[in-house]
Design a binder for this molecule. Structure first.
Ligand code: CTP
Length: 401
């Protein structure tokens, strides 16, 4: 579960350092590569030889070690990992971190790093509860540093009880995994098919009928659903927005290609048809570029209706996705038209938006939508398209739960 993850483990100077040897093993048995830095204090408790044997790598100890600085260097150490783990994090080390000191290799790396940092504090309970330490903990937490422990228990050296014991290596390894491997989202195991963008309907080899859709909203919905763990197939018309990360994007030009790609992507748990599909195409596409004939009369372009992708998917019978969501772009009678579309197209929800030119929705970044369903009409405030996407994704996750 930590396969291919690289952990930079900084071992501070406390008796709990002996547990860090076991921690190296726990991290490695989960598949992580572990690189170790030891402070001078840590070397009073355990040897670099032991840590190096367990990490199967050299151990870094000195900021001014010419060989190590030329070979890797503290800046590279601070970058070449996925997470920096400090265990044990002593009161002294945390105070230095909170103050931004960088007088040795461990603190220099901690100041130079931009990676997530996890501290496993270990110290005497009196030191932990001291206002100075608590101030430093609050400062570090505000700086974005994560903590695991300390736990309540008996101290190794004095037998005193209180909060200050380092968390067990297993618990620390689990926290590392939780920070590096996101928990499965609510849509894990679900497949969603999305259409987005305009379609281009050829008139002849050089001309086409198109519309002003940018694909921003549909692409944002694809990204938001993927972020919730869904497997997403995005069928996109010609757009300039980039393919969303973590999504399978199929590029098409025409409505007929879009329908074929959607049918090929089924089965799905949900379908979100956000594309601005051209309603008509030219009945007889010119095989050659249409030329002026000199008469001064324009050519007659006979149009024919395109397949309705949403209505096709909405009426698929047992292959119909459990949730079918359509969009209604209207310039007038928004709700009435959306309600009519809901019924006609067999959709569960229609995301209705006013696309009158004065709203700037087409191609713009903001959107004011209403969710029309059998349950009624839900008004959403004006939001940027990313936020509309996240809310819609959350609503879809709730509906499929
Ligand atoms: N839609 C579709 N295939 C089409 C036309 C529209 O899948 N050939 C989908 C759109 O992706 C959208 C919904 O149908 O989810 C409504 O699109 P809209 O253009 O508003 O509706 P139309 O069916 O074109 O109705 P009208 O032109 O009468 O407004």
């Amino acid at each position: 579960m930590l396969t291919d993850k690289r952990i930079l483990l900084i071992i501070g100077g406390g008796i709990a350092a002996y547990k860090s040897l076991d921690l190296i093993r726990r991290l490695r048995e989960r598949g992580a590569a572990v690189r170790v830095i030891m402070t001078a204090g840590a070397q009073e408790f355990i040897t670099p030889l032991a840590a190096g044997a367990l990490s199967a790598d050299r151990v870094y100890t000195d900021l001014f070690d010419r060989e190590a600085e030329q070979d890797v260097g503290h800046i590279r150490l601070a970058r070449e990992a996925d997470l920096v783990l400090v265990a044990p994090a002593t009161a002294d080390l945390m105070a230095k971190m909170a103050a931004g000191l960088a007088g040795d290799l461990a603190t220099a790396v901690l100041l130079a790093t931009r990676l997530p940092v996890l501290l496993a504090p270990a110290m005497n309970p009196a030191m932990w509860s001291h206002p100075a330490t608590q101030r430093n903990v609050a400062r570090l937490a505000a700086d974005g540093i994560a903590f695991v422990g300390p736990e309540r228990g008996e101290m190794a050296e004095s037998g005193e009880a209180g909060v200050g014991r380092m968390s067990e290596p297993l618990a620390i390894a689990e926290r590392v995994a939780a920070m590096l491997v996101p928990a499965p989202g609510p849509l894990a195991g679900r497949h969603v098919v999305i259409t987005s963008g305009p379609t281009h309907e050829p008139i002849d080899p050089v001309r086409y009928i198109a519309n002003r859709s940018s694909g921003k909203q549909g692409h944002a919905i694809a990204a938001a659903l993927a972020a919730l763990g869904a497997r997403v197939t995005l069928v996109s018309g010609p757009v300039t927005v980039p393919d969303p990360k973590g999504v399978t994007t199929v590029h098409v030009e025409t409505a007929r290609q879009m329908l074929a790609a959607v049918e090929a992507a089924l089965p799905a748990d949900a379908a979100v048809m956000a594309a601005a599909v051209a309603d008509w195409r030219v009945a007889a596409e010119g095989a050659e570029k249409i030329k002026k004939d000199g008469s001064g009369r324009p050519p007659a372009l006979a149009l024919t209706e395109n397949p309705d992708i949403l209505a096709t998917v909405g009426h698929l019978g047992d292959r119909r996705p459990r949730l079918v969501v359509g969009f209604a772009a209207e310039t007038e009678n928004l709700i009435a038209n959306a309600q009519a579309k809901l019924a006609r197209k067999g959709a569960d929800w229609i995301v209705a938006n006013d696309v009158s030119p004065e709203t700037g929705v087409m191609g713009g970044d903001a959107n004011t939508v209403r969710i029309v369903s059998a349950a009624g009409v839900e008004d959403w405030p004006t939001l940027d398209k990313g936020e509309v996407a996240r809310r819609l994704a959350a609503r879809i996750a709730a509906a499929l739960a």
